[in-house]
Design a protein. Structure first.
Length: 327
């Protein structure tokens, strides 16, 4: 395991946590067993990852049923992402492009026409059908179309990354900056806000430049923080699609300097998120809903940091200070 020392990242947002977290954790543990998503040592590692605390920090104001659904979805997305990422112990999913494309096709078919899983059905596809049917029961057709489009972007990003790995190529910093929000499903966490936190906003507000700026910043900020927090894990797994490593390669930096540059990018965009949140225009009767939406975006940013640093065994790093004059 690589020893990584990280600078303390800037985050002015107050922490929050959903009081239903233990009930949601207990539910998802049983759900994971029901669909056999983890077994034996993999299940013990899943428990140590402690995803339920992450989800409870992401969505601190929702009801228990919504929190259970969000946590199930998050755990499933991490199962998928882990299968795609580990280049040392390669999952069957990424043994060939044909395997990967078949997996993506099967997921898209479930999203198009989900069938309730039978009592004895297990695995990722059955779990996906279960989660998607539950989402469809509490969401609008418009939200469902948008969410499916977002998942398609996640699959496209995964195939793009797979192609890079097969060709022994790394993207540029600029290209990775544009695509990173769709790798690892950072965008899915923000897309779930409306349904999980029961926030109803018309499309013209969700598509307003002031709101979309905050959404993109929030997604990016989760990614830059995660690329720092997960760096030792990804070095051990041979995963090079990480902003630190891409900056290191493109700019011929030491690992320490690349860490500082990635942390600087994070802090600059966190301050941009802070300013943009304070400068939102009025949306009239929707102001309270917009404020809650932005508040939950902030909860995701803070929750990702607190969970990564305090509550999961998934990442291994020392949280200290690195002088920014190294840049």
């Amino acid at each position: 395991m690589n020893a990584i020392i990280l600078p303390i990242l800037y985050c002015p947002i107050e922490p929050a946590i959903n009081l239903h977290y233990q009930h949601a954790i207990d539910h998802t543990n049983a759900w994971v067993k029901r669909f056999a998503l983890h077994a034996d040592s993999s299940y013990e590692k899943y428990l140590d990852d402690n995803f339920g605390m992450m989800t409870a920090r992401f969505y601190p104001e929702c009801g228990l049923d919504q929190l259970k659904l969000a946590n199930d979805a998050n755990v499933l997305l991490f199962v998928m992402d882990d299968a795609m990422d580990n280049q040392i112990e390669r999952d069957e999913l990424i043994q060939s492009r044909l395997n990967f494309e078949s997996f993506v096709g099967a997921c898209k078919q479930i999203l198009s026409d989900p069938q309730p899983p039978k009592a004895d059905e297990t695995g990722v596809m059955a779990a996906l059908a279960d989660v998607w049917i539950r989402f469809k029961a509490i969401s609008t057709p418009e939200w469902q179309r948008n969410f499916v489009e977002s998942l398609h972007k996640m699959f496209a990003a995964g195939l793009w990354e797979y192609g890079n790995v097969q060709n022994g190529q790394l993207p540029s910093v600029a290209e990775f900056y544009k695509r990173r929000q769709y790798l690892g499903a950072a965008h899915v966490s923000t897309d779930m806000i409306e349904v999980i936190e029961e926030i109803s906003l018309p499309a013209d507000i969700l598509e307003h430049p002031a709101v979309t700026e905050l959404v993109v910043l929030a997604r990016n900020l989760v990614c830059w923080a995660n690329d720092l927090f997960s760096l030792s894990k990804e070095l051990d797994h041979g995963d090079q699609h990480n902003m630190v490593l891409i900056m290191k390669a493109e700019r011929a930096l030491s690992l320490e300097n690349a860490i500082v540059q990635a942390a600087t990018l994070h802090d600059q965009e966190m301050r941009q998120f802070e300013r943009a949140s304070e400068q939102l225009p009025s949306f009239g009767a929707h102001d309270a809903a917009v404020r809650k939406y932005v508040r939950i975006l902030g909860a995701i940013l803070r929750g990702n940091m607190d969970w990564s640093y305090r509550e999961t065994a998934r990442y291994h790093f020392e949280y200290g200070h690195v002088a920014l004059d190294l840049v």
